[in-house]
Design a protein. Structure first.
Ligand SMILES: Nc1ncnc2c1ncn2[C@@H]1O[C@H](COP(=O)(O)OP(=O)(O)OP(=O)(O)O)[C@@H](O)[C@H]1O
Ligand SMILES: [Mg+2]
Length: 253
């Protein structure tokens, strides 16, 4: 992948001045107000903040589910803010997995088919898609639910199926909006374990969460408030693995 101007080579996400205003029936809502953000390849970043702060909107912009009104965005060095839906679809199939806050499983497909579909669309053989699906569902405690339809699952089960689906193509970047929001503590542990394994393989996670335990599993916690980055903190001892960490801290405003 080529590296565009303004995008450091190690940045998997780079946003400059990202802005989004929602125009509903009420007054315009300035959900994301000029956000600068760099996420390095391999980082595990949690985004926290109050309800309505703009966290989901930010994630939607980074995943191409909503288009910014202003600002620039690079994914893996590729300038993407001008991409249309077709190019975004290719990017999401190849390298960006998304788990939504409100899971969006295909209701008439079984659990197994929901998880295998993105793999098949990306060109995996049916055998490989089945194997990845079986492994992910087992890790998420969903073994035996393969033939169920989403409507027959609990909210927490649906959420784990959505996570399995987002991970089946081993995306370089996972965008996860409250991936354990409906889960009990065992479900949350399963999700955390899977995310940790994903992260240990060098994949990058940008995760919105209200859960302090989820956030503490991350390397870095961004506090989002009123459409802006209010704080950006690297957890633990960042020194050995992250020589360029000062670049992170300049995001504070
Ligand atoms: N499609 C939309 N149309 C109009 N307003 C919207 C739309 N989506 C979000 N908003 C508004 O934008 C603001 C930010 O919403 P967003 O969903 O990004 O917040 P959030 O931080 O994810 O909140 P939560 O923690 O409750 O999920 C809110 O005021 C919300 O009502
Ligand atoms: Mg949200």
């Amino acid at each position: 992948m080529t590296t565009g101007p303004g995008a450091p080579p190690e940045a998997i996400v780079r946003a400059e001045g990202l802005t989004k205003t929602h125009h509903g029936d009420r007054a315009p809502v300035h959900a994301v107000r000029g956000v600068d953000l760099t996420v390095r390849r391999g980082e595990f970043v949690a985004v926290t903040g109050p309800s309505g702060a703009g966290k989901s909107t930010l994630l939607h912009l980074v995943g191409g589910l909503e288009r910014p009104d202003a600002g620039r965005l690079w994914i893996d060095g590729e300038r993407v803010d001008g991409h249309g839906e077709a190019r975004w679809a290719v990017l999401r199939r190849r390298s960006v997995g998304i788990v939504f806050q409100f899971f969006n499983l295909v209701s008439h497909l079984t659990v197994a088919d929901n998880v295998e579909l993105p793999a098949l669309l990306a060109g995996a053989t049916p055998r490989a898609a089945r194997a990845s699906r079986a492994e992910l569902l087992a890790e998420l405690g969903l073994h035996g639910r393969e033939n169920a339809l989403p409507g027959a699952l609990s909210g927490g089960e649906q959420q784990r199926v959505a996570l399995a689906r987002a991970l089946v193509n081993q995306p370089a970047l996972l965008l996860a909006d409250e991936p354990a929001g409906s889960l009990d503590s065992k479900g949350t542990r399963d999700v955390l374990r899977l995310l940790a394994r994903f992260h240990a393989r060098g994949q990058t996670i940008l995760m919105v969460t209200h859960d302090a335990r989820m956030a503490s599993a991350a390397d870095r916690v961004i506090s989002f408030f009123d459409g802006r980055v209010a704080d950006d903190a690297v957890l633990g001892d960042p020194a050995p693995a992250r020589p360029g960490v000062s670049g992170v801290l300049d995001l504070k405003d």
